[in-house]
Each structure stands twice: as C-alpha cells, then as structure tokens.
Write a protein that binds this ligand. Structure first.
Ligand code: IVH
Length: 747
C-alpha cells in the first residue's frame, strides 16, 4: 500500500491509520526503551513517525488523541545522526552469587599468573540503572555526546547532553582528546515529580526512572531534554591521548577534578571479603540512595593490569557487574505459546496477565523447554521443588537486570480445579513435522528443516541481522513480509529480488510500506552486500552452535569458502565416526537401565565399527576442524551436518553464486609469526596460557589445541608430553618459552 496524501483522506480514514501507527510506535518505543531490544530498524521507525506526524498535522484534532503527542512538531525527519565510537562501548559480564565473584577474581589471577597471596586491588562502585553516554572533549571543550547504541555506533545527542547540568562544557587540565563515559539517570524524586506533572498535563507517564532518563535524553528537541532533570555520573573512558592516571581509582578522582560527578560509594578493595562487604553495604543503602542501581561493578584497579587483561568480544576481562537479586511478582499464566526458532527448537513462552516487576510491565516469560515446565532442570534434578507449571496457575515471575523474565515459583494453593499437566507438542505447530528430542538434548526440535516456514523465516532473520549480512532496510519485519508472499524463501532469493521483481519495481513499490526511495535503497543495500567477509557469511548461515566467534575462527582457519567446503566434505566420514562412537558410548552407559535398548546398541556399535575405520585423510581433515581453536567436536559436527545435508548444501551453493567472498584480513605482515599455526604445551612460566594465546593471536598467529601436520611451531614448557613427541615425529619446530618470547620480540 502506498501512503495516501493526508489531505486527500477523510478524517475517519486518517484516524484509523493514526491509531494504528500510535500503537505500532508505542510498541517500538517499548521494545527500544524498556526491553532494550529494538524490533524496528531506525529507518522504519522514522518512517512511521513521519507518517504519524504528517497525519497529526493534517488533522490537528488527532494530535491530542495520540500518546506520543509530545514529540509532535519536533523535527523528526532525520532522527539522530550516527556516531561511530572511537573506542567500542563495552558491556559487562554478570555475577549473581558470591561464588561468581570468587571465580571472577580467581580467573583474573590465573590469567595474570598471580599466586593467591599476591595483592590484587579492585574498585567497587554502584551500577547505575540509567543509560550510558560517551562525552568527547577536544582541547577541553565538549564537542560530541553519543549514546551507546550497539556499542560501535551510537546516536549523536550532543545538543541534548549540553542541557545537562552535571556535564561540564569545558574542562581544564585534560588530555587533548578525552572521552568521558558514564551514566545518565534520573533521581527518584525528579522522576515522581515529572510523572505527576505529566499526569496533570496529559504528558507521557514513564514506567521507571531509567525509561524516563532514556526518553528524555533521546528527544529530538533539546529544549524538551533541558526541561527534564537529568543527571550524570562519570565512571569510565574511551579514547585518550594521554593517560589519566595509574589506577582506576585515581582516574575517577581526576574526573572529579575536571568537575564531573563521580559516585561517592566508589571504593578501593584489597580482598574478596572487602568487595563482598562493600556490595552488601551498598545493597543496604540501596533504598535510600535516591536513584536506581541494580548491582555493584568491580574493576581491576591497576590500569596496566587492565591493559594486560584486555577484552573479550563485548566485555572487559578486568571488570564484572555483581547484580542484586532479582525482583519478584505474582501473576496468572493465561497460556503457553510455542515458538519455533532458527534451528527448529520449540520454545515455550508463558503468556501472562501483565504485571509490574521491578518497574517494567511483563506479559511474557520464557519457559525454556518441556522439562522446565515439568519442574526439572537440564540434569533431571528438581526445580521449584518439582512443581510443574499449568495453564491458569499463579506463577511468581522474576527479572534479573536485563535478563528475560522467568518463572520462579508456582502457588499450588491457587491452582484452578481441574487444571491438568501441560502436554508438550510432539509435532511442530507451524509445519506439523515431527518434533523430536534427541538423547542428551533438553530441547525438542522440529524435524522439518527448510520446509518449516518458521525455521526458514528465523534463519532469514538471522541472515540479515547486524552481525551477519546486515542489510539496511531489510529487517525482521520485511523478511517476514517477503517470506509470506513467497518472494524470499532462502538467502539466495534476496540477491535475486531485483532481477525477479525489480523490473516490476512497481510491484515492490505497491507493497505496504514501500515507496520509490525505499525500494531503490533496498536494492542498493542488497548489492552492497554481494561483497561479504567470509566470517559474516559463515555466521549468517545460521548453523547451530556456530556463533560469531566460531565463525571468525573458522574463517581465519580456512580463509576461503572453497577450502571450508572441501574440508567439510573430506572430514565427513570421520565426523560420522565420531558421532557413532559417541552414541555407542552413551547407549553403553544406559545399558544397565534400559534392557530394551540392546538392539539399538548393537546397531550403533556396528555403525561405529563400520565408520571408525575412516580414511586417514578424512581423519586428518576432521582433526584439523576440531582443533580450530576453541571449536571442539560439537561445533565441528554441527558444521559437518550442515554441509552434508543435501538441501542445506544446495541452498549454500545457490547463495554463494551471488557473492564475492572476502578472505579475512591478512595478519600483520611485520610479525614473525603472522599466519603461523602454533600450539602451546606444558607449563608456561612467564605468563599464563590464556595470556600467551591472546598475545600470539594479537600477532596474527593461529593458536591450536593439538599438533598436526599443519602446526608450524610448538612451544613446549616443562612437563610437555605426547604433543612434544608428536611434533618431533612430524619434524615440527619446537621452542621453549624463552625462545618463543625472543622470536616475537617480547623477551
Ligand atoms: S563500566 C568497559 N561502571 O552498565 C566497562 N558501567 O552492563 C564499561 N553501568 O553499558 C562499563 N554503572 O551503561 C560501568 N559504575 C559503572 C556502571 C556501568 C552502570 C552500565 C553501563 C554499561 C552497563 C553494562
């Protein structure tokens, strides 16, 4: 449907569309601000908002009927500009129990090679429940403020940030470039007053201070932000041209000297006991602080150690958030829906009577799988004292931070009479294929593969998602639409859209939500992704267990699609042998309990024996696949299955014909170990295994877990065993730790 000119519409028509848009935008706002899980692309959101405002302008009476009146008249046309962060804005790993904190500190010591008695100070400070903001100062002047966004690209909210009193416009004595990072939040008192004011004037009522802060900062009209009482705590930094200090604690003190607010409960702790004591003390003060916090953040104090520890893909190794226990609420379970995921997993979702949990309205909760509904965990042990969950039950919901709500408990006294145990479907609710549960898998999966529309759509959504092909203008919603209309059944179809329907561009333009510009832009965005990095392609295929990190490792290892496909083919017999052996072992273990499985066992055994004697070539290819750093047999098998499945393989082949696949960046050429495959074995004395691996990778080496013909260097410390022997047999260069450090220039 093309957009009708508002001036040519009747008021009734306009009202109908206006209310529909109002609901759509409200949902998108909720997903974005409350759930932090946007369901619309920015472009799509802006389009809805523009249309909404155009209708409100043409029919002024409508404006007062919309809940989003407050932004009517604001210049929404372009939304916020995008800002690419000079240094990624990270998130934090979570700890929930004291034990998690102990494990975290033990992990730090292990990584750093610190014995238990070596001093290791950490700071502890409240985790503010607001939204993070990065402030860029150049020569002491605030030049840019950006929200976190997806961590790499945020929104430019400079004009808005300038209206916040806690944010200095000028600072003295700072490095030439300094990015100060911290949290924008609203105090309880200001939040109550704002809502009271809005209740009187008919303005928007916010569910909690965090939403109020986010909604206020992300105003397109900075004057609205100015009228909102926002505050800011500085706690971290991005780009820097000169070091701020030697420790985290002193860096925060410098922020204070620049005129920032820093949290007075930031402490420096020497021991785990001190960390935990401070955590409990903050927890006790929580209700009186006057603003929301949801935990305590611990950070390694010594900045040179922070540097050594570095980052995982999205979180620093040197910090963790110790969350407060979840908030709880009781409500009624109205029903259970089954969603079918990308890999066919049937996921039960609780439909709840809406209830406020920790300031957020919750109407869905995850029920994980059939065992969880029955009151059992993945190991068969009881959860909720074994109470099962039935439709109509009163259930206790909990939410821990941003985690999806879960069912903590069931009130058996309020169970409706006649409620019967939930029967989990054994066929796929979408395609009716059998839904099977394999040995050792907690999840029941639709066996329909690509014929299942739910799986196909979820795979497509994954394919176009940000970390995969990231096609601008082709989000979840558009994919659903194209799939429903049979235009796109599999990824390859995306690249044939223009060919098939482009000449009939009119066809696309005639569809709801598409205009001349957006259709042209979509085809351009698709063309743009015909050149794609191998890692993104592998990730985008949506193979079970193959996440972003594994996809990168596989891409680095094979470098080309052809090499990967050939290796998968070559390794297939050995992969099957591995599975058969695994199955035989599993069945063997169960033999005592299950007499009737005898026949199955002997079958599996025969299969194992038949396939175990695989060609040495296949075995070597399989060993190579499994040895890709951190991959292991589960991921390797899943990869092998995907390539061996005829329908999937055909879909891959159809897809890659449209692509120019780019090999991963060649490792730094000036490094003596770039592109080399190295294996560490035995005890390292100068550093830990994790650190050695991280350093080798930083120099462009591949670190593998096992020695094979492909190994270039074995670094053997004292106590090296069979790997050293094997390396010697294969004539592989073997170095001790010092020789290795010398080679990489870090002696
Ligand atoms: S440090 C590289 N400190 O929590 C480390 N984060 O879950 C950067 N947050 O995105 C984060 N209070 O928005 C840090 N005292 C604090 C914090 C804090 C709140 C937020 C921040 C971050 C999120 C991660």
């Amino acid at each position: 449907m093309t957009e009708q000119d508002p001036n040519a519409m009747s008021e009734a028509e306009a009202r109908a569309e206006f209310h529909q848009l109002d609901a759509q935008i409200a949902k998108a706002d909720l997903d974005y601000h409350q759930k932090d899980a946007p369901t619309l692309s920015d472009a799509e959101y802006d389009r809805l908002k523009r249309r909404y405002l155009a209708l409100a302008e043409a029919f002024p009476d409508l404006a007062s009927e919309g809940a989003r009146v407050e932004t009517v008249g604001a210049p929404v046309a372009s939304g916020f500009g995008k800002v690419t962060h000079a240094v990624r804005m990270m998130s934090l790993g979570n700890a929930f129990e004291d034990q998690d904190v102990e494990d975290f500190v033990a992990g730090l010591r292990r990584y750093l090679g610190f014995p238990p008695d070596a001093p290791l100070a950490l700071t502890a400070e409240p985790k503010i429940d607001g939204l993070s903001l990065s402030l860029r100062y150049e020569n002491g002047t605030l030049v840019q403020a950006a929200t976190r966004g997806d961590g790499s690209v945020g929104e430019n909210v400079t004009a808005n940030a300038r209206t916040i009193a806690d944010i200095p416009q000028e600072i003295a004595g700072a490095p030439e470039v300094l990015e100060v990072r911290g949290e924008v939040y609203m105090s309880h008192a200001d939040f109550e007053a704002l809502n009271a004011r809005h209740a009187e004037t008919g303005g928007k009522i916010f569910a909690n201070p965090r939403n109020a802060a986010a909604g206020s900062l992300r105003q397109l009209d900075a004057e609205i932000t100015r009228a909102r009482p926002l505050r800011f705590f500085a706690y971290s930094w991005g780009e820097l041209t000169a070091p701020l200090a030697e420790t985290q604690f002193e860096a925060i003190e410098r922020f204070r000297s620049f005129g920032f607010q820093t949290n007075p409960l930031t402490w420096r702790c020497e021991t785990i006991a001190e960390l935990l004591a401070h955590y409990h003390s903050i927890e006790e003060q929580r209700a009186d602080l006057g603003y929301d916090i949801d935990g305590v953040v611990y950070k390694v104090d010594d900045l040179s150690l922070q540097e050594r520890l570095g980052f995982r893909s999205t979180t620093p190794r040197w910090a963790i958030a110790h969350k407060f226990p979840a908030e709880l609420a009781w409500t009624r379970l109205d029903g259970i829906d089954i969603q079918v995921g990308r890999t066919g997993a049937l996921s039960p979702v609780a439909r709840l009577q809406p209830v406020t949990v920790g300031g957020v309205v919750v109407s869905n909760a995850t029920l994980h799988n059939e065992d969880y509904i029955r009151g059992l965990d993945s190991k068969g042990a009881q959860i909720r004292e074994g109470k099962d969950i039935r439709i109509g039950d009163w259930v206790q919901i909990y939410r821990a931070g941003d985690v999806i709500p879960k069912v903590a408990d069931v009130d058996l006294k309020r169970r409706p009479e006649g409620a019967s145990p939930y029967v989990f479907p054994t066929t796929c609710p979408r395609c009716n294929s059998a839904a099977v549960r394999e040995e050792g898998d907690a999840v029941r999966r639709c066996s329909g593969g690509l014929i299942c529309p739910a799986q196909a759509v979820e795979k497509l959504k994954h394919f176009v998602s940000r970390a995969a092909f990231d096609i601008e203008g082709l989000g979840a919603k558009q994919v659903e639409q194209f799939h429903a209309d049979d235009w796109v059944k599999e990824p390859a179809d995306i690249f044939e859209l223009k060919e098939k329907y482009g000449s009939g561009m009119q066809q696309l333009k005639n569809r709801e939500g598409w205009g001349d510009k957006s259709a042209t832009a979509l085809f351009a965005a698709i063309d743009d992704k015909r050149r794609i990095a191998l890692a993104r392609l592998i990730f985008g295929l949506g193979i079970r267990h193959v996440g972003e990190v594994a996809a990168k490792d596989v891409a680095l290892h094979f470098r080309t699609w052809t090499a990967l496909a050939e290796a998968a083919d070559l390794a297939r017999p050995a992969a099957l042998a591995h599975r058969a052996a695994d199955e035989a072992e599993l069945l063997e273990r169960q033999r005592a309990q299950a007499e009737d499985r005898r026949a199955k066992i002997s079958e599996a055994r025969k299969a194992a024996i038949a396939t175990c004697e695989v060609a040495a070539e296949a075995q070597a290819a399989w060993d190579d696949l499994v040895s890709i750093d951190g991959l292991g047999p589960t991921v390797a098998l899943s990869l092998s299955d995907a390539f061996a499945n005829p329908e999937e393989r055909a879909a891959f082949d159809r897809l890659v014909r449209h692509l120019k696949i780019i090999a991963p960046d060649a490792p730094a050429a000036d490094s003596p170990v770039a592109g080399k495959t190295v294996v560490f074995t035995g005890t390292l004395e100068k550093m830990t295994r994790a650190e050695a691996k991280a350093r080798a990778e930083a120099l462009g080496a591949k670190v593998s877990g096992s020695v094979s013909k492909k190994t270039d260097i074995l670094i053997a410390g004292p106590g090296a065993g069979s790997k050293a022997t094997k390396a010697a047999d294969l004539g592989i260069q073997t170095l001790d730790e010092d020789q290795w450090l010398e080679l990489i220039g870090q002696a």
